[in-house]
Write a protein that binds this ligand. Structure first.
Ligand code: 5AD
Ligand code: SF4
Length: 461
């Protein structure tokens, strides 16, 4: 095997930021001769990009590492070396503990050190390495960009991390410990990265951050820019047709951001705004710094700016001390808002977080029951929203081939998957689609104007 043809397999767990990070790790390793493979067995370097948010997610890492260790032994019998690296939030939280529990692991690397991967991998060849420092240097300034070919291969919808970390300290959450304090990237760096992505065919940017609407990046004029101002600037980049951002905190929805939902056409009419609970007592114990009522009033204000808005949220059931009455309050809030799509979880005590030591831990069967009731209501709302789309026309960005021959798949403005039979639609096209029906997860449509396809100039040429 030559130095030029090493194979890399990255497996990501958890949130979209890990998906973005996985791409940046691959970009950082490309100059070292690493080519991505989608088969772990073929890889000379396997990176598990881990998630620590709930216990289940962290446990999966260790079972996966057990499997990888066997694979490493098998490859060794064939005379092939395999390096195993653990990245992401479990790496950050557990550090050397991973080396103790998982003997096959060569390298443990926290999210703030990805720009040092080539160096860390070189060092790991001679002995096991752990790097979970929070370096002062800006890792983004050192992470190389993807090649235009790679960006093209990743499709017309791209992630762009604009902010990392969180200062909110919700009492259930490990993020402030694993990803550290809020740090925003500089506006001009983001504009540069977005321009490069757009030049390679990206038409939709999803801005990422653990607390993305707390973005406060240094602008080119030296002043601090908020997220709305950044969105307005990114919308000016030729080729950028759609903007999204995730994930937000209700406390950081400022006037300008609310206004942008009404007056920035590129900003998609979809908002993921986690509320977690509808009980003021629980919200207070969670240190969410908002009440159910202030959340509802906020939603009213955003809907006043953009009446055509699909809302999404995160919920936790079974937080310590949650009574049936508290849970009913959550169901009431859900009924009052009407969500288009959601994520909901049983509370999972995380070591080192305040809620893990609170009295009144809720028994597992109660959590299971509440989660089922909550998800039944949320699923009803999701299906109702999807049904309300039937007969409507909407622009769909097609980003992949469909499951069946001749079918293309994309996303509606409201982030719903849409499938369509069409022979004149290419990946990257934004097409006006009439929605005809809905399945369990997707909408099905037909071109509203069969001969008119909005294709980027470059692709037509
Ligand atoms: N237990 C259950 N869910 C959690 N989340 C974060 N921490 C926990 C935990 N300890 C959920 C929250 C958050 C989402 C990303 O994960 O709902 O918004
Ligand atoms: Fe965690 Fe989000 Fe709360 Fe920050 S705002 S502590 S990331 S749940």
């Amino acid at each position: 095997m030559t130095q030029n043809h090493r194979k890399l397999f990255v497996r990501s767990f958890g949130c979209q930021m890990n998906v973005y990070d996985a791409q940046r790790m691959a970009d950082a390793l490309a100059p070292e001769g690493y080519v991505e493979t989608d088969r772990a067995e073929d890889a000379d370097l396997v990176v598990l990009n881990t998630c620590h948010i709930r216990e289940k997610a962290a446990d999966r890492v260790y079972s996966e590492l057990g499997r990888l260790r066997e694979m490493k032994a098998e490859r060794a019998q064939d005379g092939r070396e395999t390096m195993i690296a653990v990245a992401g939030c479990v790496a950050q939280a557990e550090g050397t503990e991973i080396l103790r529990r998982a003997p096959g692991v060569d390298l443990v690397v926290g999210p703030q050190s990805y720009h040092r991967l080539p160096d860390l991998i070189a060092r790991a060849r001679t002995g096991r390495v752990v790097d979970t420092e929070f370096p002062v240097e800006d890792k983004f300034a050192h992470l190389p960009a993807a090649s235009p070919e790679k960006t093209r291969a990743r499709g017309p919808s791209a992630f762009l991390t604009v902010q990392e970390g969180c200062d909110k300290f919700c009492t259930f959450c490990v993020v402030p410990y694993t990803r550290g304090a809020e740090v925003s990237r500089k506006v001009m760096h983001l504009v540069g990265e977005a321009e490069r992505l757009a030049a390679s065919g990206v038409r939709e940017l999803s801005l990422l951050g653990q607390n993305v609407n707390a973005f406060h990046g240094e602008g080119p004029d030296g002043t601090v820019w908020g997220l709305a101002r950044l969105l307005r600037r990114l919308a000016m980049i030729p080729g950028v047709e759609r903007l999204r951002y995730t994930t937000s905190h209700p406390r950081d929805m400022d006037e300008d951001l609310i206004a942008a939902h009404g007056d920035l056409p590129e900003l998609m009419p979809y908002l993921h705004l986690p509320v977690q609970s509808g009980s003021d007592r629980i919200l207070s114990d969670m240190n969410r710094q908002h009440t159910a009522d202030s959340y509802l009033r906020l939603i009213e204000r955003i809907r006043a700016a953009q009446p055509d808005l699909a809302l999404s949220s995160d919920f936790i059931v079974g937080f310590p001390g949650e009574t049936d009455r508290d849970f009913e309050d959550t169901l009431d809030l859900i009924r009052a808002v009407g969500f288009a799509s959601t994520f909901s979880f049983k509370y999972s005590p995380r070591p080192g977080t305040p809620a893990a030591d609170m009295d009144g831990q809720v028994p597992e069967p109660v959590k299971v029951e509440r989660l089922a009731a909550l998800q039944a209501l949320l699923e009803e709302q999701r299906q109702a929203f999807n049904r309300s789309c039937i007969g409507r026309e909407m622009d769909v960005l097609f980003d992949r081939a469909g499951r069946h021959p001749g079918q293309v798949a994309g996303r509606s403005p409201y982030l719903q998957p849409v499938q369509m039979m069409a022979d004149n639609v290419a990946i990257g096209d934004i097409v006006r689609v009439r929605i005809l029906s809905n399945g369990t997860n997707s909408l099905f449509g037909e071109p509203a104007y069969p001969t008119l396809v909005d294709r980027p100039v470059e692709a037509v040429a």
